[in-house]
Ligand binder design. Sequence first.
Ligand code: NAD
Length: 290
Amino acid sequence: MKIGFIGLGIMGKPMSKNLLKAGYELVVLDRVTAAAEEVRACGAMVAATPKAVAQQVDVVITMLPNSPQVREVVLGENGVIEGAKPGLTVIDMSSIAPLASREISQKLTQKGVEMLDAPVSGGEPKAIDGTLSVMVGGKKEVFDKYYDVMKVMAASVVRTGDIGAGNVTKLANQVIVALNIAAMSEALVLATKAGVEPELVYQAIRGGLAGSTVLDAKAPLVMDRKFDPGFRINLHIKDLANVLETSHEIGVPLPLTAAVMEMMQSLKVAGLGDSDHSSLVKYYEMQAQV
Ligand code: NAD
């Protein structure tokens, strides 16, 4: 099976390298030439356009920032759809709006092209280790056909429903992560201003009910003041915008998500959009003058 891979950023680069290590032939593309050249050096071929990628492969994986980029790469001029032969499958692993997944899939279906929406959770370290969690929407038979390909990049690959269900699941994931980071930030700033070492607070509570994957992944970095992304504030704002658009559409009030969204917006305005989302702690530090 020959695989196309478009979008070689923080996540796509290690994911594509793991596919190469597993023995798959890859044709890759990123608009940043250096990113594509780095993956070429690991054994991939590089194509000039998404159309040219699609012409050479059985399945195209996309790992792009958001809905507009996926629309452009798949449906735009020189897009995947122009190079697609019937039988091609698109697996979009980007986190985008569920409605966009459904619209893109509909257009592809008219050309005989199948699609899975398969966003991931786990961040760069798990992308490197090949231990991501993948949440997938799409037809069961298409999911079964490409399970092994996705499993190369992941510890878990779970189908949660038809097309769009993967991204609905990812929205739920991003609500939990955002609120967890906010909870951790409130707690650490409270402890610090009350005169207790945050490192000791972390060690004392991490094994109890307040312990979490987010606490273990982010608290040590916050205490070391390491805010390199990781997962950019700008990308989390994008995800929460997709969450709130969906929740408004279907009538689900999400007051805590809306509050965290505003905090992230103020950090973006302060120039921290490209910092890791754990920079949320800086919002609380500014308010508390810590
Ligand atoms: P990134 O910005 O590092 O990478 C995106 C890549 O897409 C870049 O290399 C960019 O040059 C490329 N690109 C954009 N438009 C393009 C186009 N038109 N043609 C070709 N290439 C194009 O982002 P990332 O952190 O790798 O995230 C990718 C997706 O995965 C996002 O949807 C994000 O929300 C999701 N995600 C990220 C993380 C994380 O921790 N970084 C975790 C889980 C999910």
